[in-house]
Design a binder for this molecule. Sequence first.
Ligand SMILES: Cc1ncc(COP(=O)(O)O)c(C=O)c1O
Length: 351
Amino acid sequence: MPMIIPHSKPSLTLKDHRCLHDIFQTKMIAQHQFVRQFEKNFSTYHSLKDAVALNSGTAALHLALLALDVQQGDEVIIPSYVCTALLNAVHYTQAKPVIVDVLRTDGNICPAAVKQALTSKTKAVIVPHMFGIPADIRPIKNMGVPIIEDCAQALGSEYRDKKIGQFGTISIFSFYATKVITTGEGGMLAANNTKLINRVRDLRDYDNKPTYRVRFNYKLTDLQAKLGLNQFSRLDTFLKKRRAVAKKYDKAFLTLPVERPQIDSAKKHIDYRYIIRVEKKSALLKFLQGKGIQACSPVFRPLHACAQSSACPQTTQLMRTEISLPIYPDLTAKETRHIIQQVVQFYTKER
Ligand SMILES: Cc1ncc(COP(=O)(O)O)c(C=O)c1O
């Protein structure tokens, strides 16, 4: 059987399995005590006042925008080099997405481009920390517009010695199956502002409310939260295992003509994605796929292309060159070796 190495894989153990069994015994499988426990553990970890569990990162983005009172006629600034969840969430509110370019150094939103895009209609900026690398959030914070800090890809990373998630007006997280920790699908919203938290808590659930307004069913279940708690307790181990794989890649690719994103010293990144920048992207992807290695583009389609908005040259350049290699806690030493050998082999053939 040829070796097939998926691009992403969740780390699920017998303990995860057993915790689901425990929940079955309680018969309380919808939103209940473990959702609250998960929220508390999450806000404590981030030194934030409170958190609200939701059924996806997209739902968290949507409710973050609504909590900030974003509506038709408002503008929300988002980067081009990110998944369509951000564009969708802005569209759900009927506000106008204003798509800006990213930095060549690390693929994160460009603060100068944000500054240039600000208007009197700007209601919020969504700042994702792409691939586990903290974005330059401080200059954006100084612009005085509410920030939704999108930590979907960067749980556990740090900026200026503080956990990311503490810099925005609101921060959001995702627990989709490919993320750092998973609940299958799931998300979290966290903030220091109790009023914003209460608004989100009210909007996530439509039942038993004293007055009517449009609300949502965005709840996480206790089944998912119990798994989330288990996964969250292993976060450090997950991050260490990811780092060990990244170190092997770093060492092996040192002499190859591949570039890596640049990370400045104020940032303590996590290895959510292992990105390489190469000249022959299509050829290398095809070669690796032929060897059973599911490497891919880190972003499927840039947002300026989805929305047909103005050009984002740095994003276009990153789309042309960047490849994401498999990296996750359960990637075996044999699989890591195979990936390294095949990347090296590609360049040996090239010479
Ligand atoms: C940066 C970023 N934000 C938001 C999301 C949306 O999260 P979800 O898939 O849980 O809706 C994702 C998902 O991949 C993401 O990468």
